[in-house]
Design a protein around this ligand. Structure first.
Ligand code: DC
Length: 217
């Protein structure tokens, strides 16, 4: 049993999901989208009108979450669409700044990744620094803020949630600032992570770059 962990961290809109999905397919590993976990906690907290750190951490600790192919489920409920609303993006960034919530979600993230016999491609903000500091491969994916806004804008339009490009860029900048400046597990490149700037690169080129890094291990 190998269970290799490929950590892909980086800011919103750097291309983590697309790249992680493709790298996981190439390697035959599962993809674990940890942002979806924070988003799910934010959605449920909002629905249950919870705002205190302790009560949201309690909710997170008992989260019956599962990934089924591309779907994110809480028990029998498919929350895949609901967690992608722009409002939940901001709410996820807020709950993810709560240290008790992060601690409550650590074991869940590790368990999901270890569940797969061959390995996992895990995407997030603190995979290489906190969740799996010993991951064999660590990538820090970046892109210029203009490029990230453009991609997120297109993605939202495709999903039928149109927003102006300026609004998307402002939302990304606000989230980046919060994710980078929080005290608990802020978004930062692990010392031993390889930075891959995706600005102007095709998805194929980025996937090849990461698969080549894995091959070196
Ligand atoms: O990757 P995403 O946009 O779906 O993530 C939503 C929010 O969750 C993001 O603003 C920061 C937070 N997050 C985090 O703090 N740590 C992670 N490992 C993944 C996401």
């Amino acid at each position: 049993m190998r269970n290799q962990i490929v950590a892909i961290d980086g800011p919103a809109g750097a291309g983590k999901s697309t790249v992680a999905r493709r790298v996981a397919q190439r390697l035959g590993y599962c993809r674990v989208d940890t942002g979806a976990i924070y988003r799910t906690v934010a959605l449920l907290a909002q629905e249950q009108a919870l705002s205190g750190e302790a009560e949201i951490a309690e909710l997170a600790a008992a989260l019956p979450l599962s990934f089924e192919d591309e779907r994110v489920c809480v028990g029998d409920r498919d929350v895949s669409r609901a967690i992608r609303e722009p409002e939940i993006s901001q709410a996820a960034s807020v709950v993810s700044a709560m240290p008790k919530v992060r601690t409550a979600l650590l074991e869940l993230q590790r368990r999901i990744a270890r569940d797969h016999p061959d390995g996992a491609v895990m995407e997030g903000r603190d995979i290489g620094t906190v969740v799996f500091p010993d991951a064999e491969v660590k990538v820090f994916l970046t892109a210029s803020v203009v490029e990230r806004a453009r991609r997120r804008h297109e993605e939202l339009a495709e999903r039928g949630v149109p927003q102006s490009l300026a609004a998307v860029q402002a939302e990304i900048e606000e989230r980046d600032a919060r994710d980078r400046s929080r005290a608990a597990a802020p978004l930062l490149r692990a010392e031993d992570a390889v930075e891959v700037d995706t600005t102007g690169k095709t998805v194929d080129a980025v996937v090849e770059e990461i698969v080549a890094l894995v091959a070196l291990k």
